[in-house]
Design a protein around this ligand. Structure first.
Ligand code: NAD
Length: 361
């Protein structure tokens, strides 16, 4: 029996998580998926319910669960709160409390949506990249850091880019494991021509490689990787990189697809425990209007099944069902193009459920 904790959060979060829940319910009813679902407030909803963006009860439920599904957090009504009460603190709190160091960000462009990209459709149609980003180390956390005054009276800002061998090794293993579930090609991105940290990063990647003889490991400098992502993105299968480079490259890769409402993500710990969420935010501009795209959240459920719950078979079914509704021409407003049929959040969720049900018969 899997325990799944749903964290709808704020803005469109509750609307899109409700659709993902319908998908989980069909898996339980029609596909023999044994899971128990609970729900808890986080972010602004946590603050409203219990005065904290990560209420103690929510954290306790998260620790007891096998996987978390998050909608999104944040909203203009929370922006004037003190920093420690702001919604994003809930997310950061979960990441650090559960040691979610590995961020998996797929950039997939369904051929049906190739026109949504700003790049030529032949360059991006069918794109399927997985970026594995280290999430809890590197320059975003390194000490010392700060702004100080020099002897000559000028101020200087400084941060430290530091990775230990064990931090590199654990993210490397997540990336090799991900490659084993895909096309078995792993490209490690660094700046080893300039940075000692990257020299060590490469050494560690090479030292892990013999444990994965089927995976072809290559290395690329980050500047070249940025160029290659927009020149010929389909050359990549899995990319692994540190926190800073991953932050930038994963956003660039996401934008290759042109459809923020379609992309899921995972943050995993050493045991494969994970928090799954769409890459987009709480979209306050469209919240409550029934027009949010629920597919990124539904595809986050597929990632959960593949990476934490060992049910790749069900993940395949969800992804096929999403492909099916796109084939039917159904589109939420964010991905609508001439000649397709505009539907709202609930109708899109229902269509995925229908498509799944049809496949079970
Ligand atoms: P956003 O991702 O919420 O929205 C950007 C644009 O994309 C908006 O026009 C929005 O309407 C659209 N959009 C996003 N998701 C969509 C969906 N599923 N379907 C259709 N359209 C969608 O980013 P933002 O506007 O910069 O941030 C809004 C709030 O979300 C802020 O409070 C921010 O802090 C928060 N945020 C949260 C997360 C998270 O929870 N992981 C991530 C990013 C931003």
């Amino acid at each position: 029996m899997h325990k799944i904790l749903l964290l709808p959060g704020d803005g469109i979060g509750p609307e899109i998580v409700a659709e993902a829940r319908k998908v989980l319910d069909v898996l339980r009813a029609d596909f023999g998926f044994d899971a128990e679902l609970e729900e808890a407030p986080v972010g602004g909803a946590g603050y409203d319910a219990a005065g904290s963006p990560l209420p103690e009860e929510t954290l306790a439920l998260a620790r007891a669960a096998d996987s978390l599904l998050l909608g999104a957090v944040g909203g203009p009504q929370y922006e004037s709160l003190p920093r420690e009460k702001r919604p994003e603190r809930g997310l950061l709190g979960l990441r650090s409390a559960l040691d979610l160091f590995a961020n998996l960000r797929p950039a997939i462009l369904y051929p049906q949506l190739a026109e949504a990209s700003t790049l030529r459709s032949d360059v991006v149609s069918g794109l399927d990249i997985m970026i594995v980003r280290e999430l809890t180390g590197g320059i975003y956390f390194g000490q010392p850091r700060g702004i100080r005054e020099r002897d000559d009276g000028q101020r200087e800002g400084f941060n430290t880019l530091v990775y230990s061998e064990s931090e590199v090794e654990r993210i490397a293993r997540v990336a090799f494991d991900a490659a084993m579930k895909r096309d078995k090609r792993l490209c490690s991105v660094d700046k080893a021509n300039v940075l000692e940290v990257s020299e060590l990063w490469r050494e560690v990647l090479e030292s892990v490689a013999p444990d994965y003889p089927e995976v072809a490991l290559s290395h690329m400098y980050v500047d070249n990787a940025a160029m290659q992502l927009v020149r010929e993105p389909k050359q990549f299968d899995v990319m692994v990189t540190g926190n800073l480079f991953g932050d930038i490259l994963s956003d660039a890769a996401a934008m290759l697809t042109g459809s923020i409402g379609m992309l899921p993500s995972a943050s995993l710990n050493r045991d494969g425990y994970g928090m799954y969420e769409p890459i987009h935010g709480s979209a306050p501009d469209i919240a409550g209007q029934g027009m949010a795209n629920p597919l990124a959240t539904i595809l986050s459920v597929a990632m959960m099944l593949r990476h934490s719950l060992d049910r790749a078979d069900l993940a395949d079914r969800i992804e096929a069902a999403v492909g099916g509704v796109l084939d039917q021409g159904l589109r939420t407003p964010d991905i609508w193009t001439e000649g397709t049929v505009e539907v709202g959040t609930v109708a899109m969720g229902d269509a995925v459920v229908e498509s799944l049900r049809a496949a079970s018969n």
